[in-house]
Write a protein that binds this ligand. Structure first.
Ligand code: DC
Length: 233
């Protein structure tokens, strides 16, 4: 289905609710551009790690801010994968940014207002022509409060940890379920309680709780909201 009108579809929600999988699939089906904003926060976190601004024990926020202008993020479409990969200062960092060490630090970096401001500006520029599906935590509230369709994804913490655990084990990562659950819960806490742009459902967002749904069922439901939207505009 190719849509004749370009709109902005914002998909926000908790970690491991399948936002990226859903957003990628929807974008492909309707011929829209997909943007994974979590990858942008992860890439800045990875940059902070390799430059010694953050580790397990300390976070040199001032150091990171002083070199933030040297952080260049871009997306390049990979035809084989069917979606865009993220590049940090010209280097493809997709394979580094999903590690547990980045996951454990990303919420701290994402809580810094100057980091958010820089990334939000870049995200807004990417959607000047609309026709975009963007997923994150603040897309429907801060980045595009005027987005035509907003979905808010949620599921129980245990179910999300189970999914993340399976995905990591399938990718050969040696990790125990309890650590994954703790990471999910600690990120929920940091993401929902930070003072700048906390994770919150926009008043006009449609909530999808997919604790009891698989990937295909979630997709079919989201697609029905898109079709409904297009009948009404
Ligand atoms: O979607 P994800 O798990 O890859 O996101 C990684 C982290 O980045 C997540 O813990 C919260 C943060 N994030 C954010 O604060 N705002 C966004 N728009 C996207 C992600």
């Amino acid at each position: 289905m190719t849509l004749t009108k370009n709109i902005i579809i914002a998909i926000d929600g908790y970690s491991s609710t399948g936002k990226s999988t859903l957003a990628k699939h929807l974008a492909k089906e309707i011929g829209y551009v997909y943007v994974d904003t979590g990858a942008m926060y992860r890439a800045v976190t990875y940059y902070a790690m390799i430059n010694g601004f953050i580790d397990e024990k300390h976070f040199d926020k001032e150091g990171l801010l002083a070199s933030l202008s040297g952080v260049d993020l871009s997306f390049r479409f990979n035809k084989d994968l069917g979606y865009a990969e993220i590049f940090l200062n010209g280097e493809n960092v997709e394979s580094f940014i999903r590690s547990m060490s980045v996951s454990n630090k990303v919420s701290q970096v994402a809580a810094v207002p100057e980091v958010r401001q820089k990334l939000v500006e870049q995200q807004q520029k990417m959607a000047l022509k609309k026709g975009i599906v963007m997923d994150g935590r603040d897309i429907g509230t801060v980045v595009f409060p005027e987005a035509e369709l907003k979905l808010f994804m949620t599921a129980s913490a245990e179910e999300r940890a189970k999914r993340r655990y399976k995905e990591m084990r399938d990718n050969g990562v040696d990790i125990d379920y309890q650590s994954v659950l703790e990471n999910v819960m600690s990120r929920d806490h940091l993401d929902t309680t930070r003072s700048d742009s906390p994770l919150v459902k926009a008043a006009d967002a449609i909530e999808i709780d997919n604790s009891q749904m698989n990937v295909d069922e979630t997709y079919v439901l989201a697609m029905s909201y898109i079709k409904e939207k297009f009948q009404n505009i």
